[in-house]
Write a protein that binds this ligand. Structure first.
Ligand code: NAD
Length: 484
């Protein structure tokens, strides 16, 4: 099965922060992959814009290196690499000054799609927006892409939204949450709304509980100073885990269009109950054989920022009344693994008797390390000797089921950048969604700050703090094992 690739229309894409880490690792390799897939028209222009002084040739050399490092397997055809690099140019620009803006204006073509990727610190968003307008570069049809973190609380998110809204309408603003660009996350919607099997069962009557895990094995490393100001709640839960929760819990939108989907997600966020203190577990990793502790890495022995958090969350509406959503995310854990697990209730009555065993259906949606879905079903253990039941997985690993095209699934960034050019906002967060997520998050953080709550230490390479296990244990449940 070969994936169908529909070329996008001609465009000018400016990457502010075009020499940064994100551009090197994700944006430029992502664009290159889409180019190789035949999706980018040869006339399209990609303009790097950053503080470093260099010319177009220098930027092409910079990009060549980035592709060799982050997309080595795609660089075998040198001719293709050079053809892609020929689309690139560069402007040395100061987001807070006047240098470079005239030159940028001269490069833009008025008659094609214009997109500006703000791959810079959010403190510069307002400056960029103002100058794009002041220099007459942005038009009413231009699109801007903004990166996380979108604020650190409700007030700062509102300020960012207001700053952008001075110059751009909501239809022009693409707030990236790259989790939404993952193939499996979109597949979650396909599975829910493209089949009759799941949706009738997708509610409190049949679902016992839901687990969302985003586990990392790495620590904060060189990002310590930045990370210590945010922590797992701000860095991961408010955005990525919240988005996953929304897609699992939302009502079926009337159609798959940007506002219909985002309206339903917003309703979920607004239906979230406040979380009781005993339903929040925060942790910090200790030193291990292969690395320093969190406190050593951030260089502050008194830091109370969490590198791990687990929460029991309730969506207080008709569909989910009484079904808990357990969320957890953390660093330096046993395995790098992201997954959504929907645990259905056991059948109400076993006709086979207690000796046969009984268990629940479990739908697992894996996002990392490989993408795929598994549905655990109960069958008869083969062989004579009576009726004993066992669980077997119905595996829907994309790479296997879809052959070649499953292996070549585009990275989230590739997909999302192409959506910007196409003008499709479905997989981007709307301003009110982001604000609603902060409105739920803020009181939880304020609560543990007021209680002077200290995170529980946990050993690296484990499942996180003991209390996180207890969070489910006391409800008679257990987390799925962390395994890669
Ligand atoms: P970075 O520090 O590596 O790069 C910053 C870029 O901004 C550089 O190109 C620099 O030249 C440019 N820049 C800085 N000040 C400027 C100014 N005054 N005028 C013009 N250009 C200026 O940062 P990064 O890691 O690439 O991150 C960029 C954005 O993406 C940030 O908002 C970050 O939070 C977000 N983000 C990054 C990652 C990642 O993996 N790196 C992941 C998610 C989100």
């Amino acid at each position: 099965m070969v994936a169908r690739v529909i070329p996008v229309e001609d465009f000018d894409l400016v990457i502010f922060g075009g020499t940064g880490d994100l551009a090197r690792r994700k944006i430029l390799p992502g664009l290159f992959h889409r180019y190789l897939a035949g999706q980018i028209p040869p006339e399209a222009r990609i303009v790097g814009a950053a503080r470093s002084e260099m010319d177009a040739e220098g930027y092409r050399a910079f990009t060549r290196e980035a592709l060799q490092e982050f997309a080595p397997n795609s660089c075998k055809d040198g001719g293709q690499v050079e053809a892609f690099l020929a689309m690139l140019s560069y402007v040395a620009i100061d987001a807070r000054g006047d240098g470079g803006w005239k030159e940028l204006a001269g490069l833009m073509r008025p008659d094609v799609v214009q997109a500006f990727y703000f791959s810079v610190a959010p403190a510069l968003f307002g400056d960029l927006a103002e100058r794009l307008h002041g220099h007459g570069i942005a038009t009413e049809a231009s699109r801007i892409v903004v990166e996380k973190p979108f604020g650190r609380d409700l007030e700062s998110a509102r300020q960012l939204n207001r700053g952008l809204a001075e110059y751009f309408t909501e239809e022009q603003i693409y707030r990236i949450d790259h989790y939404l660009g993952k193939e499996t996350v979109q597949n979650l919607m396909a599975v829910r709304f493209g089949n009759v099997l799941f949706e009738p069962l997708w509610n409190a009557q049949f679902v016992d509980h839901i687990q969302v895990t985003v586990a990392e094995t790495v620590g904060v490393g060189g990002r310590g100073e930045y990370y210590d100001k945010s922590g797992a709640m701000r860095d991961m839960v408010q955005n990525h885990l919240m988005q996953l929760l929304c897609l699992i819990a939302m009502e079926p939108p009337s159609k798959f269009d940007p506002d219909a989907v985002r309206d339903e997600k917003l309703k979920v966020i607004r239906a979230l109950d406040p979380v009781a203190p005993e339903d929040i577990v925060r942790g910090q990793y200790r030193a291990g054989e292969d690395g320093p502790s969190y406190l050593e890495e951030v260089g502050d022995p008194r830091s109370t920022t969490e590198s791990f958090i687990a929460l029991k969350v309730h969506v207080a509406n008709w569909r989910w009344n009484g079904t808990p959503f357990y969320l957890r995310t953390g660093k330096r854990l046993r395995a790098r693994m992201s997954e959504i697990v929907v645990v259905f209730k056991e059948p109400p009555h076993s006709i086979f008797g207690d000796d046969a065993g009984r268990s629940a259906n479990i739908l697992t949606i894996r996002l990392q390390p490989d993408e795929g879905m598994t549905l655990q079903v109960t069958i008869k253990e083969p062989g004579p000797g009576g009726m004993r039941l066992i669980d077997v997985p119905l595996d829907m690993s994309f790479a296997e089921a879809l052959g070649e095209s499953g292996n070549q699934m585009p990275d989230a960034y590739e997909r999302l950048i192409m959506d910007v050019v196409r003008g499709n906002q479905t997989l981007f967060m709307r301003g009110d969604e982001v604000e609603a997520a902060w409105a739920w998050t803020d009181p939880l953080i304020a609560g543990w700050e007021a209680r002077r709550d200290k995170p529980q230490a946990y050993h690296p390479g484990t499942n996180g703090p003991e209390d996180s296990l207890m969070l489910l244990h006391r409800d008679g449940r257990r987390w799925r094992d962390l395994e890669a």
